[in-house]
Design a protein around this ligand. Sequence first.
Ligand code: 3PG
Ligand code: MG
Length: 394
Amino acid sequence: MNPSETHVSTTRLRTLDELGDLAGCRVLVRVDFNVPLDAGAVADDTRIRLAIPTLGALRERGARLLLVSHLGRPQGPDPLWSLRPIADHLARLLREEVLLAPSLDEIPEGDLVMLENIRFEPGETTNDPQLAARLGALGDAYVNDAFGSAHRAHASTEGIVHHVRRSAPGLLFEREVRTLARLLEDPARPLVAVLGGAKAGDKIGVINRFLETAECVLLGGGMSYPFFAVQGKRIGNSLCDEAGLQAAREVLGRAGVQDTLRLPLDLVVADGFAADAELRVADPIDIDDGWEAIDIGPRTRELYAQIIRDAGTVFWNGPVGAFEVEPFAAGTHAIARAVADTDAVTVVGGGDSGAALTRFGLQDEVTHLSTGGGAALEFLEGRELPGVAALMGS
Ligand code: 3PG
Ligand code: MG
């Protein structure tokens, strides 16, 4: 795709307002309540809380709601993946009852009903038209607020749109699409992308895209280690797989890459992946066998923070170290702090970087925290998301 070409003209995205009066209507609302659970309870409810404004807006117009979500990747009905804890959590947040419908054939009467995990239905992930039609028949209108699932062409995210008279994105979905589209189309400059996470192979599309559109791409985390290997540096026991090496070769082979790409100047290395491991700073990067990189080093923290401070727009996806282990969190904390403190427009991709922000208490200090991990990255790569395409006006 031509880098200057944009795949989504947001002016064509429908809006909730276009649904008109909803008094007495049942609206099927696809939400992405695929949230982490811990011992059967919701461990991070960001995705649930951020969908509440849409639910409120629909109910203000008199709609009765039937909420539809998936959780995990069950291969059929499985009590381990029941939405019961999610329904209970939402009920507590809203201080009202949320009825759980056990299946499509047993939907109770009520103003606020949640259907059991839609992936219990075999036709969901295959986008079966029969399931889509059954879902469509359950509502007078369809609203999709599940931006985190917009990259899936599933019956409840795409197919259903062809079986309802009225459909629109929810408020969260619309904000996600507009914010991310702005990043592609008209970002305040300089645009800085901070890309971390474990695997370069998974991020190659988004790295390439930002090398075309951003003034600066800062790499960190496990995905940066293969780059050093390709440069002929010793990386000891650091994370590195064939897909990562291939991605690094491709990126480093691009013309003009040195003008835009920044790799860590130094790395924190450990003699094992444990909180009590011995730590050293590798500067320059030359890591002995028996040692592995686990975080960016102090000089990199400072350089990256400075670039983030001077940016007009920052997009951040992926931790730059193994931040879930306390002694390895300094780099990711420094990035989160810089993203929170800069005057730039800041957009953080969901998943681990969202969890990191929340862990450091900085989740409200960014312009936009996306609820889409994979969906946000695919969108920024310039790919058309089936869930978004389905909600474009005619
Ligand atoms: C996610 O968390 O990535 C979304 O909810 C989509 O889930 P999936 O990757 O299982 O389709
Ligand atoms: Mg996913």
